[in-house]
Design a binder for this molecule. Structure first.
Ligand code: XBP
Ligand code: MG
Length: 257
């Protein structure tokens, strides 16, 4: 039977609740700076999350929610410029410590590191955002804790395509059944399960109602010894917080299925 060798983490929504109070706010600041009257409300942003990737999300907004906008001739460049400005606002927010890690994330990552568990990141977000989050929430050295940081445009087809996870697996030279993926959304699990990875879901405000078919376990958060998680569906381990033991149990349970 395959042993658990690596953990592959999504970033947005999984490591930190970045969308509502982070990315969304940064997009709005970039729009304002560019003199646009666009404003993405919490509700609208929930709809826009259907499409992953910030540049792709701006295009989706123009296609489906703001057809009246007169597009410049160089739309690709225009979107890329807005997105660059948004990334600057977002990384600034991270450096100010506006967005903390979710419950249990720091403890779990430190425990995994201590145990010599291999770790990687697989996300659609821009690499600069991943660096800023890791450095400002974990440690100035935290990027080096992850063997592979697969992020942003590194693969052309973003989640829900499986490509980003397949890229990470290939870089690490591992089989899917030797790993666990951590996700928070339907696009995320379509991507991880598309790469055959057993997947642990921690839901958030935007993803509570998503379809998590194929998940090994669905939790409200990763939990802490003194603040246990609730299992929303799937295998229920004895201890109610994610640690190396519970991860191994969840993994074994997932791969015998
Ligand atoms: C994350 C995303 C990203 C971020 C914005 O999805 O969809 O687009 O919202 O990042 P996932 P950028 O958690 O499934 O990887 O603006 O840097 O693209
Ligand atoms: Mg996510």
């Amino acid at each position: 039977m395959s042993e658990l060798k690596a953990l592959i983490f999504d970033v947005d929504g999984t490591l930190a609740d970045t969308e509502k109070d982070g990315h969304r706010v940064a997009f709005n600041r970039a729009f304002e700076k560019a003199g646009l009257d666009w404003n993405w409300s919490v509700e609208l942003y929930g709809k826009l999350l259907k499409v992953t990737g910030g540049k792709e999300r701006i295009r989706y907004y123009l296609d489906d929610f703001n057809r009246e906008f007169t597009r410049p001739d160089n739309l690709d460049e225009f979107i890329a410029g807005l997105h660059e400005s948004k990334t600057a606002f977002f990384t600034q927010m991270l450096s100010e410590g506006v967005i903390p890690l979710r419950e249990g994330v720091r403890r779990l990552i430190l425990e995994a590191k201590e145990a010599g568990m291999r770790m990687a990141i697989a996300t659609t977000t821009t690499p600069a955002n991943v660096s800023a989050l890791l450095v400002h929430t974990l440690d100035s050295d935290a990027e080096s804790w992850f063997e592979v940081i697969a992020a942003g445009d590194i693969v052309p087809a973003k989640k829900p395509a499986a490509d980003i996870y397949l890229y990470a697996l290939n870089e690490m030279g591992l089989q899917a059944n030797e790993c666990l993926a951590f996700e928070d959304s339907q696009n995320g699990i379509l991507s991880s399960v598309g790469a055959d990875l057993p997947t642990i879901i921690t839901v958030n405000e935007y993803t509570l109602d998503h379809d998590f078919s194929g998940a090994s376990i669905v939790l409200d958060n990763m939990g802490e010894p003194e603040q246990q998680f609730n299992v929303l569906s799937g295998y229920t381990p004895e201890e109610k917080y994610l640690n190396m033991n519970t991860l191994k149990q969840i993994h074994q349970q997932a791969i015998v299925k």
